[in-house]
Structure formats: C-alpha cells, structure tokens
Design a protein around this ligand. Structure first.
Ligand code: NDP
Length: 249
C-alpha cells in the first residue's frame, strides 16, 4: 500500500476506552489514526504501543478556536482526512436540580458544540475530496430518559439530530454521516457511572436481552463498518450497539 493510498482517520478521545478500541481496529486494517485528547501522557503511551500508523495531537476540543488550526495542521501533515470519529465525551451524574449552569454548559460544549465545530472544519476538507465518512458517538441516554444525566442526555440527543441534519447536507457532496448509540459498555466512564449504584447495574442487565455489558471492541467493529465501503449506501442512521438494551422490556 503506498502512502497516498493509506486512509487517514481522526479519532477524538482515541487513546482510551471505546476510542482506543476504534483506533486499534482501524490500525489493524491499515488506517492511519490521528488521536486527539487532552492527556499528553496517555496519548504518548497509546501511540508508542500502537506503532507507526498512530499519531497523537494534544488538543482540548472544547476550546473551539483551536479547531480550525488543528484540522489545517492534520491536513498539512497527512494530506486528506477520510474518516472523522467524534468519540470524545464527558459524563456528569448528578440530580437535575443540583446541576449548575457551568456544569451543564461544559458537557454541552464538549459533547455537542465541539462535535459541530470539528465536523464543520473536517467536512470542508472532505468536500474538496468529494468523499469522507463521519461517525458520531451518541448514547442510550438519548433514546430514553435516564435519571441524573440531564446535560449528557441533552448533548447526546443533539448529536443524533445533528447526524441527520449533517447527513442530508453532506451526503450529496459525497460525505456519509452516521451515528452509533452504544449501550452499556465496560469502560472507565461506565464504571464510574455505575459505581455505587447497584440498582442501576441490575436494571441495565435486566433490560438487556443479551444479558451482559458490551465491550469496546464491539462498538469499534460497528464504527469500522460505517467507516468502510461495506456501508457505502448507509447515511444518516443511528445504530444502537447495545445488546438489545433499547428494545428490552
Ligand atoms: P472515556 O472516558 O474512556 O473516554 C473519553 C475520551 O474523550 C478520553 O480519551 C478523553 O481524553 C476524551 N476527551 C474528553 N474530553 C475531551 C476534550 N475536551 N478534548 C479532547 N478529548 C477529550 O469514555 P468512553 O470510552 O466510555 O466513551 C467514549 C464515547 O462513548 C463518549 O462519547 C461516551 O459518551 C460514549 N458512550 C460510552 C458508553 C459507555 O458505556 N462507556 C455508553 C454510551 C456512550 P482526555 O482525557 O485525554 O482528554
């Protein structure tokens, strides 16, 4: 494979949890991955372990003013961007009436507004190539009401709406936009959310027909499918990867 044939993917939060599984899946399939995150040490460790197809850039995506330069820098260094995975996200579990405006805005900024801004900048590059695939990561929180996650739920619901709005504008230009709604997947984030809440843990299991939490690799497989030519006629969908949690009773 020549350097120009190698696809390039930008994966926010690509150095941990679900993002790391996505990165590994892409690298196993010969895709160059640019990992974005705030934790320089974690990024460096990930890149060392993943080999020469992995590159990391420290960037806080909630600082929106940095995103145009970030995308320009990636384009200059690696050429075209074929795939964007908007995976980075933060969570806040707190009773509705105790959530401050600042806390609410921080979640919305990271999980929603940054997805818009980064996608816009990357889409400008993809439009020039007349192709690309953008994959957003939402959550079961957008499918039904989960207590104590008001800001997270709002942000992820917006991500699903944005997926459809982006798909209708960008697909005629050659860019497919899809979304994955993971169910309850074993990662640091979900462990924190389920920790000290055995009742919620029991509920998750009881309404998941496959009877277990998912693993990050199962989300990565679905992201890889949506990034690949195997899904060339799919755009604007929200695909649950949830062991049936969203249809469980
Ligand atoms: P993790 O907490 O393991 O990973 C989140 C990643 O996002 C980290 O790598 C973090 O990197 C990055 N990140 C957070 N904020 C920023 C920021 N401001 N700028 C750049 N990077 C940032 O979570 P998961 O792997 O569990 O979650 C990944 C995605 O999947 C999230 O969008 C989450 O909402 C979603 N999801 C997860 C579920 C689960 O059960 N685990 C269920 C449903 C959805 P760093 O700290 O270096 O900035």
């Amino acid at each position: 494979m020549t350097a120009t044939e190698i696809k390039t993917a930008v994966i926010t939060g690509g150095a941990s949890g679900i993002g790391m599984a996505i990165t590994k899946k892409f690298i196993d399939n010969g895709i160059r991955c640019i990992l974005i995150g705030r934790d320089q040490k974690r990024l460096k460790e990930a890149c060392c372990n993943l080999g020469e197809l992995a590159h990391c850039i420290k960037c806080d995506i909630s600082v929106l003013s940095k995103l145009p330069d970030l995308v320009e820098d990636i384009s200059q260094r690696f050429g075209k961007i074929d795939i964007l995975v908007n995976n980075a996200g933060i969570h806040l579990k707190k009773p509705f009436s105790e959530v401050t405006d600042e806390e609410y805005q921080k979640i919305i900024l990271t999980n929603q507004v940054a997805v818009f801004s980064l996608s816009r900048e990357v889409a400008k590059k993809m439009v020039a190539e007349k192709k690309g695939s953008i994959i957003n990561i939402s959550s079961m929180a957008s499918q039904y009401g989960i207590p104590q996650v008001i800001a997270y739920t709002a942000s992820k619901s917006a991500v699903e709406g944005m997926t459809r709005a982006m798909a209708v504008e960008l697909s005629p230009l050659g860019i497919r936009v899809n979304c994955i709604a993971p169910g309850f997947i074993k990662t640091e984030m979900s462990s924190r959310a389920l920790l000290n809440d055995p009742e919620r843990g029991r509920k998750v299991h009881s309404r998941t027909p496959l009877g277990r939490l998912g693993v990050a690799e199962e989300v990565a497989d679905a992201v890889f499918f949506l990034a690949s030519e195997a899904s060339s006629y799919i755009t604007g969908v929200v695909l649950p990867v949830d062991g049936g949690n969203s249809i469980g009773f």
